[in-house]
Design a protein around this ligand. Structure first.
Ligand code: FMN
Length: 178
């Protein structure tokens, strides 16, 4: 069955390693007949949640920012793919801002499967465990996503390093088999 997949990328670097791995996943998924949309959170202007709780009455965040653009994409999606650079042992702050805004909306309610793709400069991907742990906790928390896979690309520092990394093929295959 064709799925609606939303890829949320977390890097400000256009064409960087997380973009490359996200595109590999998208290529596989589209070849398998799925619909894929991408939102570049790393290049978006999203303000942090202020816990004003105005969303409790409004049903959405009352502040105008680029979360407005991803909200309808979330509402259509059954699968979410989070593709981020590692920043200080975690996903990027830009990607985290999108996740924090889930507090304000139920737009993500139809998502039931998820994938995490991470790239970082260090070779030893055991050092990505902080980000992986956060993702796993999110999956088993209030969103209730079934984790369909975690792809870790270590040793990716310069733009383009992910092109020749085994993670490229892993992302492509996971997209094909999602
Ligand atoms: C602010 C910042 C913090 C970073 N922290 C880490 C880190 O903790 N661990 C790591 O392996 N790489 C770290 N890196 C390197 C990036 O994760 C790496 O260059 C990655 O490939 C960038 O992905 P992109 O090309 O999608 O932007 C950091 C880079 C930046 C800019």
């Amino acid at each position: 069955m064709a799925k609606n997949i939303l890829i949320v990328t977390g890097s400000p670097r256009v064409g960087g390693n997380s973009d490359i791995l996200a595109e590999a996943f998208a290529k596989g998924a589209m070849e398998a007949g799925h619909s894929v949309k991408t939102f570049a959170a790393g290049r978006a202007d999203i303000k942090p949640c202020k816990v004003c709780d105005a969303c409790k009455a409004a049903g959405k965040c009352i502040f105008e920012d680029d979360f407005r653009k991803v909200e309808p994409m979330l509402a259509e999606a059954n699968v979410i793919v989070l593709a981020s650079p590692i920043y200080w042992y975690d996903i990027s702050a830009q990607l985290k801002l999108v996740i924090d805004k889930f507090y304000s909306t139920k737009a993500q309610r139809n998502i039931d499967e998820s994938v995490l793709i991470l790239c970082g400069a260090v070779e030893d991907t055991a050092r990505f465990d902080g980000a992986v742990q956060v993702y796993k906790r999110i999956c088993e928390g209030s969103v209730q996503w079934t984790d369909r896979g975690v792809i870790l690309a270590g040793g990716c520092s310069s733009k383009g390093d992910a092109l020749n990394h085994p993670a490229w093929q892993q992302a492509y295959e996971l997209g094909k088999n999602i």
